[in-house]
Design a protein around this ligand. Structure first.
Ligand code: PEP
Ligand code: MG
Length: 566
């Protein structure tokens, strides 16, 4: 767990890692604990069995009603999942088995668990989709058991008013079921900015802070002001201060919605604001944002479920979908970044003790050049006749020699070669690498992981993989300076580009394009439009001089003239 404690104007301030920007103030709620039902040897005496059955049916009906209500309020996939869970609570087979057990004297709670075990065993035997329903069935059972015990609902609560959820962390299924109209903020003790919880919260637009120390001590019902941009969680805030912070956020949201691009600072310095995509439908959806092109097409994400390498023709079709979605616009496509957290079965890495430091990204080409050659063929065929010509970059470049060999293959197919800077060695030798390629794109997610020797997936190390770490910023600045010296473009496509304040710092370093998740485009573009290039440069100098991420964030916001947040 990371983060720190501060006391400010009588309010306790907990600090964590910002994960999803946004400001909310509301009472805290906590997930209900799941009750354990001990195996019962007691038997309900005959006269009490009818009322035990009635209590069981009433509890199941209440749970079903609650889930149906939540389904009606939720949209899309979440509504479907909740409606299916409601149907489980009224499933005649499940109710029947439990009722039979109760009729034989088993207490209702134990009967619910036994009936669930019976169905779970059957589902697991059936396998596939049915087996996946076991978690849902157990969740429904836990809710019925809690209802029977008169205990609060387990898992994610459905509060009577908009609330801020404080939790250790959330299971992905719980996070996906959050209703953003009721859970308006989320703070977790664990998790990192790239954890599932953060990713789902981002998708749902719920302001979120992760890795917050001291959260355990905050009781449900306590007023909380949460700022997902600064990572601050203020306990029992001054109501006026809280109201002002929420209002400022509302005004900022309205400003973001009004931003239509293209990217530039207030004094007209051009910065391309681009979007990260993973397939054609994602690129189509991203068209709804003012992003002026694609700065990172993560091609490996199209093939995570494949046993065998997709044929060139199929790859060509998939890549063309993204090119077509952004017809006439810039598209930067990345060759397969297989390995580590994104293994591809067909790129087949032998068992590696440490896959993050193993044969991943461009290193696969050294062992099997065919995969890269065929992918480049597919890209060039998909790009035939396209204007502008796509930019093609390699992930995990570590040496100038790797960049040189990649560039030759890409230029040979009439495409524009670039290298990702994700390895400290590459950042330190950025100029030598850039001599061989036409552009660089900094992947701050991996650059932070390798610079800080901290697994980007590890919640416990989230504070170390923070892109505001001085060492990470220094390497990005060095990379940008290489671009300025050679007069070639340097962009950033890691999560750092999605943070409006950090985006300004990157521009201050000399970065010319920022690529990010679709949801971040408007806030980054509108933020840039508010500040001058000089402010960005001064903020960049201040960030480099700061001793830690929190100090860097505070100093930068001051130079940008932005309120410190909640
Ligand atoms: C990065 O490492 O910052 C990056 C953009 O690549 P990915 O997140 O796909 O590893
Ligand atoms: Mg990466």
């Amino acid at each position: 767990m990371t983060g720190s404690l501060q006391v400010e104007m009588e309010s306790l301030v907990l600090c964590g890692t910002p994960a999803v920007s946004g400001v909310a103030c509301a009472p805290a709620v906590r997930p209900g604990a799941r009750l354990r039902v001990a195996e019962s040897t007691d038997s309900i005496p005959e006269p009490g069995r009818a009322s035990e059955q009635a209590a069981f049916l009433a509890a199941a009906a209440t749970v079903a009603d609650r889930l149906r209500g939540r389904a009606a309020r939720a949209g899309g996939a979440a509504a479907e999942v909740l409606a299916a869970n409601a149907a489980m609570a009224t499933d005649r087979g499940w109710l029947g088995v439990a009722q039979k057990l109760i009729a034989a004297g088993t207490p209702a709670r134990a009967a619910a668990v036994a009936a669930t075990d019976q169905f779970a065993e059957m589902f697991i035997k059936l396998g596939g989709l049915m087996a996946e329903r076991v978690t849902d069935l157990r969740d429904v059972c836990d809710r019925v058991v809690a209802e029977l015990a008169g205990a609060p609902e387990p898992g994610i609560p459905v509060p009577p008013e908009p609330s801020i959820l404080l939790a250790d962390d959330l299971a992905p299924a719980d996070a996906a079921g959050l209703d953003p109209s009721l859970i308006i903020g989320l703070a977790t003790s664990f998790g990192g900015p790239t954890s599932h919880t953060a990713i789902i919260a981002r998708q749902l637009g719920i302001p979120c802070v992760v890795a917050v120390a001291g959260l355990d001590a905050i009781a449900a019902g306590t007023p909380v002001l949460l700022d997902g941009s600064s990572g601050r969680v203020v306990i029992d805030p001054d109501p006026e201060v809280a109201a002002r912070a929420v209002e400022r956020f509302r005004a900022r949201t309205a400003r973001d919605a009004a931003w239509t691009g293209p990217g530039a600072t207030a004094d007209g310095h051009r910065v391309e604001v681009l979007v990260n995509v993973q397939d054609g439908p994602g690129a189509q959806a991203a068209r709804r944002t003012p992003a002026e092109g694609v700065g990172l097409f993560r091609t490996e994400l199209c093939f995570l479920d494949r046993e065998t390498e997709p044929a060139v023709a199929e790859q060509e079709r998939i890549y063309r979908e993204v090119f077509d979605a952004y017809a006439g616009a810039k598209v930067v496509i990345r060759t397969l970044d297989a390995g580590s957290d994104k293994p591809l079965r067909f790129a087949d890495h032998a068992d590696e003790a440490n896959p993050a430091l193993g044969v991943r990204g461009i290193r696969i080409a050294a062992r099997d050049a065919g995969i890269l050659d065929r992918q480049l063929d597919a890209i060039s065929q998909a790009a035939a006749g396209r204007s502008p010509v796509p930019w093609v970059m390699a992930p995990m470049i570590s040496t100038a020699a790797e960049a040189e060999s990649f560039a030759e293959k890409v230029r040979g197919r009439g495409l524009i070669p670039g290298a990702m800077i994700e390895v400290p060695a590459a950042a330190l030798t950025a100029e030598a690498i850039l001599r061989h390629v036409d552009f660089l794109s900094v992947g701050t997610n991996d650059l932070a992981q390798y610079t800080m020797a901290a697994d980007r997936m590890s919640p416990a190390l989230a504070a170390l993989t923070d892109p505001w770490q001085p060492a990470v910023l220094a390497l990005v600045a060095r990379t940008a300076a290489a671009g300025q010296r050679l007069g070639k473009p340097v962009g950033v496509c890691g999560e750092a580009a999605a943070d409006p304040a950090l985006a300004c710092v990157l521009v201050g370093f000399g970065v010319g394009s920022l690529s990010m998740a679709a949801g971040a485009v408007a806030a980054v573009g509108a933020g840039l439009a508010e500040v001058t290039r000089e402010q960005c440069e001064r903020a960049a100098t201040a960030a480099l001089a700061a001793s830690d991420p929190a100090a860097a964030r505070a100093a930068v916001r001051a130079f940008l003239g932005w309120a410190p947040g909640a």
